[in-house]
Structure formats: C-alpha cells, structure tokens
Unconditional design. Structure first.
Length: 507
C-alpha cells in the first residue's frame, strides 16, 4: 500500500534525522538509566570503600597482602567463568533470530551454570597449586573452597543482572548491587570483627554475600526460564560471547601492565608516585563503567530502527560533550584539588606531587577508553565480535612495547603516554572495522568543533598564564566558561526537541 504524502514526509524525516524529537526521547531514556546506574555505582563503591579502613585495622599486613593477591586472581577467573555470555544473551534476546527472549535467557543462564560447574571442578583439581599461588598456609586451605563458591555464585548471577539491564531496570540493578555490598559489609563485621575469623572470615563473608545476592535474584530467574530450549542458540551464544574473554583480558592487561614495568625499570618509589597519580587520572573511568552498563543494551535494542545510525551518532556527540567538559575541568583543577589542605592533610601527599603531570594524560586515556565501547557498536550488532580480541590484543601489545621504550627515558610520563597512545590506536581500529560493517552517521562537524573548543580553551589558558600575571583559579574558571559558551553558541542540540523530550510532551 502506498503511503500518503504526509506519512512519506514523516518517514523521510526520521530516516534522514530531521525529526529529532523521537530520538531525544530515547536519548533521554538512556541518560536517565545512566544517571541511575551512576548513583548506584557510586553508592556501591562508597560502601565498599568502608572495608579499606576496616581491614587495615583488623587484619595483619600479611593477611591484607594475601587478600589483595587473591582478589586479583578472582577478577581474572571471573572473566573465564561466564565467557562473555552476558553480551551474547542481550544480542539474541534483542534480535530474536533464534528463538524468543526467554529461550535466549535460559540458554545463556544454563550455559553459565555448566561453565561454572566445569571450571569449579578444574579449580578443585588444582587446589593445592592455587593455594601456593594465593600464598595460603595449611590452616588457611579452606579459603580455596570459599573462593570457588564466590566465583560460582557471582558467575550464575551474571545473566540475571544482564537481564535487568536489558529490560531497562537500572534502579533494581543498582539496589541489588548495593545490597550485595551491604551483605558483604555486615558479614565482615560479624565474622571478622565479632568472631575473629581473620582472613578466612573475609572470604566466608564474600561467599555469603554472593549467595544471598543470587537468592534475591532467584524469583527473576525462575520467572524468565523457558519451557523449551532452542538447540542452535547454544553454539551461537558461545560464538558471540567467547571473543569477549580475550578482549577483557587484554583490557585488564592494558590497565595494569605499566606498574610492574615501572617497578622493574624505574624503581619502587617511581612506581608508587605513578600509582597514586594514576588513580587521580582514572576519575573518568567511573563514567566509562556507568556508560557501558546502559549503552550495550541500548545499542542492541535499537539497532533495527530506521534512524538507529543517526541516533548512535548523536549519542557519541553527547558522550564527547560531557566527557570533554569533565576532562577540561578535571585537567585544569585536579592539581589544585590534590594540593588542597584540610586540617594539614592533602588529598595527595606532597611527596607525590611531582607526578601530577601525568593526570591530564590518564584522564584523556580514560575518555578514549569510553569511546572504544561506542565505536565497537557495529561489531556487536553485526556479530563481528571476533574482531574485538584483535583490537584489544594489538592495543595491549603496543602498550607493552611503548612502556618498555619510553619508561627508561621518561619514567612515569612515558608510561602515561603509552597508555594514551594505545587506547587511541585501539579506537582507530574499532571505528575502522565497525564502520565497514555498520556505518554510524557521526556528526563530524560537531566533533571537530568540540575538539577545537578544547584546544582553544586550553591554549588560551596557557598563553594568558605565560603572558599575564593573573589569579590561577580565576583563569581556569574563565577557560572552562569560554568552552561552555562555545558549545552553546554553536547550537549543538535541537533545544526545542530536547526540552520537549525532557518535559515528556509529544507535540
């Protein structure tokens, strides 16, 4: 049936991106979910941070070292236990190309169960070897079983948590994650402080928290199980999900490999200065983790709409605007915050101040890390996830090479540049391969203007600072204000559509 002229015009507007209002409603939804994930993440991290003073007061230095060592191993094993099946579930639940949504959930969930049992059995066979790697004494051998339990219950909770993300339930997701931390805190106080179980109590508390979290997810699990399973889903899920294992390993390597290289080539003092300032520079990584939680299900659920490629381009522009604004503010003011004194205590000790020069580089690297997930959208949509390990593996290899090349001469500055360059190269590869299979319509003129605005604001700051004696805080504030004025003067957003979307009006 031929469309009426008005309907044809509306369809054309949507496809060409002239009608921004429907897209802004979806962007509003993405923004709302991101904010809720953000609040939940910050609350969980704050509650989890309370364990640091608790452990440092009740555990010995040796026990604290063992604790840190084991949780490093847990983070690596965790990636293997669920094999990227969270991303695979969301892909097939959204596309419904093999079975329905419940069948995708059931297949992914049962597969994680199988993998968790399999890897736990392997874990059991190598328990003595792992005990030595964990630096455990004979009387601490039971900790191995607690670690197995933590990995098991955390992994079988992955798909239910992915389901909450997929069904746009960020509040429930955030509450359950916060409850996990509260369970852990409560059990730690009970077992470690009250019953004096030491480091064994720490891992027993972790196991209890993981089990209780799985228990509160159980009603959601049972409600989503399908009566019949789709056989072809099993291999398709694994084919999509397995590449995420080396991908996440490579990303983990990129985030930690510079420390041991610095330690070996520049000494323990330099490594300590780098670590302290690196943590300041990873402030934007919170934005990355929050954005990723909302972005992946958003992409997969909206991939088939006619204006999806325009929509994803607009999201990147917004991500760049928000990220670049935070980058500018943190780059300019982080030194002032680090040196600020409260009752004689600085945010960063004076002995570490000479490392503040790396903070803007690490902040910039964190932003490029966020871009990687946006640029990879086409690879998820078109099931080309086998390219991801190549991209992240190349990034990790370049990172190691540049660290070895630059650290002997430039020390911490060399390590920071190695991190930034490797992420930039990874992003270039991601956008190249992704655009070949799924061409997102990025707003290149707006992106160029944002880049110019950042350079103009920073360049103006350093130029005026060199030529005219002026209050530093005032000059930095003016630089940020100039950047914000440029953004608004260039009319980046269709403010009429944005305001209508925010108010929920349809006309």
């Amino acid at each position: 049936m031929e469309l009426e002229p008005a309907e044809k015009r509306r369809e054309t507007e949507i496809i060409l991106g002239y009608n921004d209002f429907p897209m802004w409603l979806d962007i509003k939804r993405l923004g709302k979910e991101t904010v809720i994930y953000g609040i939940g993440t910050i609350v969980s991290r704050y509650l989890n941070f309370l364990l640091v003073p608790f452990y440092s007061n009740v555990l010995s230095l040796k026990e604290y070292g063992i604790l840190t060592n084991i949780y490093s191993y847990i983070a690596l094993f965790y990636v293997i236990y669920y094999c990227g099946l969270d991303a695979a579930y969301m892909k097939y639940a959204s596309s419904k190309e093999l079975g329905n949504e419940k069948q995708a959930f059931s297949a992914a969930h049962f597969m994680v169960y199988f993998l968790a049992i399999l890897f736990s059995f392997v874990f059991f066979l190598f328990r003595n070897f792992l005990a030595r790697q964990f630096l455990l004494d004979e009387h601490q051998a039971r900790i191995i079983y607690y670690v197995m339990g933590i990995l098991f219950f955390d992994s079988i909770s992955v798909i239910p948590f992915a389901s909450l993300r997929f069904h746009s339930r960020p509040l429930k997701f955030a509450v359950f994650k916060a409850l996990n931390v509260i369970f852990n805190l409560t059990l730690n106080i009970l077992l470690v402080w009250r019953f004096k179980l030491g480091i064994e109590g720490v891992f027993l508390a972790g196991l209890g928290a993981s089990f209780l979290t799985w228990l509160i997810l159980l009603p959601d699990i049972l409600r989503q199980l399908a009566a019949r399973l789709h056989r072809k889903l099993w291999t398709s899920l694994l084919k999509f999900g397995l590449p995420f294992v080396p991908t996440r390993f490579s990303l983990a390597i990129m985030q930690v490999i510079d420390r041991p290289i610095l330690l070996a080539l520049a000494g323990v003092t330099t490594a300590g200065i780098y670590e302290a300032n690196y943590k300041l520079g990873t402030s934007l990584l919170v934005l990355v983790s929050i954005f990723q939680l909302a972005w992946q299900p958003f992409v997969l659920k909206n991939a088939d709409r006619p204006d999806a490629k325009i929509l994803f381009g607009k999201v990147f522009t917004l991500l760049l605007m928000v990220g670049s604004t935070l980058l500018l503010i943190l780059s300019l003011f982080m030194e002032n915050l680090a040196k600020m004194s409260l009752f004689g205590i600085h945010l960063l000790g004076q002995n570490y101040w000479r490392g503040l020069e790396i903070v803007p580089l690490i902040l910039c690297a964190s932003l490029f890390y966020a871009f990687f997930f946006n640029f990879s959208a086409g690879l998820w949509i078109e099931k080309k996830t086998h390219i991801l390990p190549f991209l992240t593996g190349t990034g990790a290899a370049v990172n190691i090479f540049l660290n070895l090349l630059l650290i002997p001469k430039y020390e911490i500055l060399g390590a920071a540049w190695a991190t930034l360059v490797s992420y930039m190269l990874m992003d270039i590869g991601a956008i190249y391969f992704s655009q070949r299979v799924y061409r997102i319509q990025y707003e290149y003129k707006k992106i160029a203007r944002i880049g110019f605005g950042i350079l103009a604001s920073l360049g103006g700051y350093f130029l005026v600072k060199r030529l005219i004696p002026v209050n530093e805080i005032l000059l930095k504030s003016i630089s940020v204000s100039v950047y914000l004025v440029l953004l608004f003067s260039w009319n980046f957003l269709d403010f009429k559509s944005v305001c209508r979307a925010l108010s929920g009006q349809q006309g």
